[in-house]
Structure formats: C-alpha cells, structure tokens
Write a protein that binds this ligand. Structure first.
Ligand code: NAP
Length: 270
C-alpha cells in the first residue's frame, strides 16, 4: 500500500458518487448500514469473509436498485485486507467512508428460550486466553488493520469518515457506575468483548488525534442494543434502527465532531 501514499490525489477521483466500505456487511447491522447508504445513492462495497454469504447480500441489495459490489474480506487476515485495498485502489480508486462494523462476541450463553437467564454472562475469571485473543483479533486488531490499509484511499476523498462500531459496553464510566453500585442498568460483564470495544474506543481517539488537521473524521459509535446473531437476538430493536446512528456519523458535515463516542441520543461517556 505504500505506493498509494505518494500518488497525486487530484488524479485519482474515479467515481462520482460517494464510496463506502462496510465490513461484516452480509447480515445484521452491517447489512442495514450498507442498505441505508446505498439508498442514498452511494456505491457500497459489501465486505464479508464468506463469499457465499457476501454475494447473497450483495445480490439482494442490487435487486433493490442499490449500487453494491462484493468484496471478500476477513478482517483477521492481512492478505485478504491488502488484496481488497488493491482492488479498490484500481477501482473506484478512493474511499469516502470506512465502517469498521465486523465484530465478534464469544462469551456466555445468551438467554434463549429454554435456557435459564443466569447462564449469561460467563465470568471474567473463567474466560480463556483463547477467547480473549480471538475477540481482540477481530474487534481491535481487525479494525486497526483495516484503518491502516484503507487510509491511503481515504486521503483521496475530499472529506472521509471512519466509523468504528463500538458498544455501550465499551464505556469505562458505565462499568465504573456499575462497580460502585451507582447504576441499576442491566450490565453484561463480558471480559473479552467489553475490554476489546474499550480498546477500539481508545484507538478511535488515537486516529482522531493523528488526523485532526485533515478533513478525515474518526468516531466511535454505540449503535444500541438490537436483535442480531451476535446476541442471540435478545435485543429489542431491529438492526435497521441501530444502523441509523452509524449512517449519521458516516455522513457528518464538515463541522461535525471527530474523536467522539456517540450513541443514538448524543455523546456517550468514554
Ligand atoms: P452479527 O449479525 O453477528 O454481525 C457480525 C458481522 O461481523 C457478520 O457479518 C460477521 O460475518 C462479521 N464478522 C465477524 N468476524 C469477521 C471477520 N473476521 N472478518 C469479516 N467479518 C467478520 O452482529 P451485529 O449485531 O450486526 O454486529 C455488528 C457490530 O455491532 C459488531 O461490531 C458488534 O459488536 C456491534 N454491536 C452490536 C450490538 C447489538 O445489539 N447487536 C450492540 C452494540 C454493538 P459472518 O456472517 O461471516 O460471521
């Protein structure tokens, strides 16, 4: 990707419409973000690690009149990330929005019909190194690798936006409130997931600091609890609702925030 950094940006504006890349776009919140950006007339790069699932989602979006292109992309695999970056560098030759949406949650048995509520969540003291490692591989290292690979393409945009899909559970303030007994909110004490999203929030700030004198904005988003595969569909809202706040951050005006952690109702405490 190094050669991309030295090219003349004025020669590389290939696509007239805005271009967004969404990781984990084959289902859940990512698919809805792809759909909503596509409905705005954007070209959406529908990324999925599994070609069958990714092509099915892309075909469904295309059938709805959306400009969608499938990209095979496993965020834990550098060669897959680099190959996607090279394809995008060739066409459409820039990126306006990167949505680091793909994420995993391996801990706990979710309350499902037939399972008692107290089987969820598993405790930090019994969470294995393997679970922590595989959670960080996607939620932290995956988002960082994607950002570094795509930034040269984003520098070719007039005003690029990076949205890191975090979680309310990333909030250290929320965890502190719960620990001190100051919160009656439902809290899932997930060692690997919560700390990985807190690390993603920290990385968001580090990128925002590096890019603060550019037109590129970097924010973390809490999409809110919604019913998807990641939580055994226990959320109370459809993923299309959660997608709205992500789309809002993807389309921020030039005076919008950068280095912020934002939820449906505004800024969240880190
Ligand atoms: P989901 O339906 O399980 O979707 C997760 C997506 O990530 C899937 O497309 C999955 O692909 C993809 N993915 C996982 N590992 C990947 C990898 N190594 N490479 C590429 N793609 C990978 O869950 P979701 O709720 O839509 O989650 C989307 C994001 O929202 C996640 O970051 C999650 O942490 C966050 N979030 C969700 C909620 C909620 O209530 N649902 C709340 C807060 C935050 P496969 O289909 O191949 O597995």
């Amino acid at each position: 990707m190094a050669q991309l950094e030295h090219e003349d940006a004025s020669n590389t504006m290939a696509s007239d419409c805005s271009v967004a890349l969404v990781t984990g776009a084959n289902k859940g919140i990512g698919l809805e973000v792809a759909r909503q950006l596509g409905e705005m007339g954007w070209l959406v790069l529908v990324c999925a690690r599994d070609p069958q699932r990714g092509i099915a989602a892309t075909d469904m979006l295309k059938a709805q009149g959306i400009q969608a292109r499938f990209e095979q992309l496993d965020i834990t695999d550098d060669s897959s990330i680099d190959a996607a970056a090279l394809r995008i560098a060739a066409d459409p030759a820039r990126l306006d929005v990167l949505i680091n949406n793909a994420g995993v949650l391996f801990e706990g048995d979710f309350p499902r019909p037939g399972l008692p509520q107290d089987t969820f969540p598993s405790k930090p003291s019994v969470t294995s190194r393997a679970i922590v490692r595989s959670t960080y591989a996607a939620n932290v290292f995956g988002a960082i690798a994607m950002t570094n690979a795509m930034l040269p393409l984003m520098r070719r945009s007039k005003a690029a936006r990076i949205v890191n899909v975090s979680s309310k559970l990333a909030s250290l303030s929320l965890a502190d409130d719960f620990c001190q007994g100051n919160s009656n909110e439902r809290y899932f004490n997930l060692l690997a997931y919560n700390s990985s999203k807190a690390a993603l929030n920290a990385a968001t700030l580090q990128y925002a600091i590096e890019l603060r004198n550019t037109t590129i904005k970097v924010n973390a988003v809490d999409p809110g609890h919604c019913a998807t595969d990641i939580n055994g569909h226990i959320g109370d809202r459809p993923p299309s609702e959660a997608a709205k706040v992500i789309v809002r951050l993807a389309t921020l005006p030039h005076d919008g925030p950068t280095g912020a952690f934002i939820g449906e109702t505004g800024r969240r405490a880190w």
